[in-house]
Write a protein that binds this ligand. Structure first.
Ligand SMILES: NC(=O)c1ccc[n+]([C@@H]2O[C@H](COP(=O)([O-])OP(=O)(O)OC[C@H]3O[C@@H](n4cnc5c(N)ncnc54)[C@H](OP(=O)(O)O)[C@@H]3O)[C@@H](O)[C@H]2O)c1
Length: 315
């Protein structure tokens, strides 16, 4: 699989990274419903077999569960995988929701917990999950800068930040990467963030390229109504009401373009995100080996100008 350099860093990422949010399981506010642990481990191992060289997780995913599973799955293969995780969203006392926290003591504790759950001595890319609360960005970021000096973190990155927030972090310590949402349905990042990152040698690792399962072959009204009770998508605006109707129409159009190439809608959605040279890698979620087997090959698919123009018309 092709690789691209992450901004100014020495990390070379495959154009697809494995996203492990869903793998964290269902029992929390942002869970995806029941998830079989053996499937999760097999998915991570399969993705490495397929040539994917990096994994994105977060302390928040499954309230620690995702990191534990990643730690177990990569044991003995640490040298072959680039591990990225995030801090700044901590469990609420009810053991269900999460809340933004960037106070120094909290970030320090989160980092130690992540190193333990992942069973590693250094995190390759440590990211602030959300700029929340905004007023504590500098405090949390300074702790990560300190962790780089101590060797516990290799590179520091941010997620869901705007340009002003990135600049505030840059004033303290270099920002190696931005992790923003980017898909055919959410193109916000195209306005100014992609250009800013390219100009500042900040890598871009794009999340939810299939809009969390919408931009896939299986996306139908029936499938949406079968989502598990504790799947966060049941109440998401993209999966309900007028947006659902528009998304169903979009996927119908995409199916025809993908089919002409003997490809899937998911592969088309990922290749579309990767058409932008400012994007280092697409973080692709999967819940079983079959899903990543299907999507991994999108990492090498280069869309032609004709195809992107056709997609642009649909959008
Ligand atoms: N920084 C942040 O704030 C943030 C936010 C969101 C995501 N992320 C990161 O980005 C990663 C990817 O985002 P994402 O998980 O939201 O979305 P995604 O990659 O757009 O979609 C992944 C989901 O689509 C479904 N899927 C995957 N492969 C499929 C296939 N071949 N056929 C049909 N369905 C398939 C799976 O769920 P079902 O089978 O249940 O449909 C899977 O969980 C996350 O895991 C996480 O690491 C970060």
């Amino acid at each position: 699989m092709k690789q691209r350099k992450l901004g100014f860093s020495e990390l070379s990422l495959t154009t697809i990274g494995l996203g492990t949010w869903a793998i964290g399981g269902g029992d929390w506010r942002w869970g995806w419903g029941p998830q079989d642990e053996q499937d999760s481990i097999a998915t991570i191992q399969r993705s490495l077999d397929l040539g994917i060289n990096w994994i994105d997780t977060a302390a928040a995913y499954g309230l620690g569960r995702s990191e534990e599973i990643v730690g177990r799955a990569i044991k003995g293969q640490r040298d072959q995988v680039i591990v990225a995780t995030k801090c700044g969203l901590v469990a609420q006392p009810d053991g269900w929701g999460v809340t933004g926290r960037l106070k120094a003591a909290s970030v320090r504790k989160e980092l130690e917990d992540s190193l333990r759950r992942l069973q590693v001595e250094q995190i390759d890319l440590y990211q602030v999950h959300w700029p929340d609360p905004d007023s504590d960005i500098e405090e949390g970021w300074s702790v990560i800068a300190e962790a780089v000096q101590q060797g516990k973190v290799r590179y520091a990155g941010v997620s869901n930040f705007n340009i002003r927030q990135i600049q505030r972090a840059q004033a303290i310590h270099p920002v190696a990467s931005l992790q923003p949402p980017y898909s055919m349905i959410n193109r916000e990042v195209e306005k100014d963030l992609l250009a800013y990152c390219a100009a500042n040698q900040i890598g871009v690792v794009a999340y939810s390229p299939m809009q969390s399962g919408i931009l896939t072959d299986k996306f139908t009204r029936q499938w949406v109504s079968s989502l598990a009770e504790k799947d966060w998508r049941r109440n998401d605006p993209d999966f309900t009401g007028k947006k659902l109707e528009a998304n169903l129409r979009l996927v119908d159009g995409l199916r025809q373009i993908a089919a002409r190439h003997g490809r899937s809608v998911g592969q088309l959605a990922i290749a579309w995100v990767l058409r932008r040279p400012e994007v280092t890698s697409a973080i692709v979620g999967a819940r079983n080996p079959r899903q990543i087997e299907e999507t991994a090959s999108a990492g090498d698919w280069e869309l032609s100008g004709e195809e992107t123009a056709e997609i642009e018309k649909l959008l």
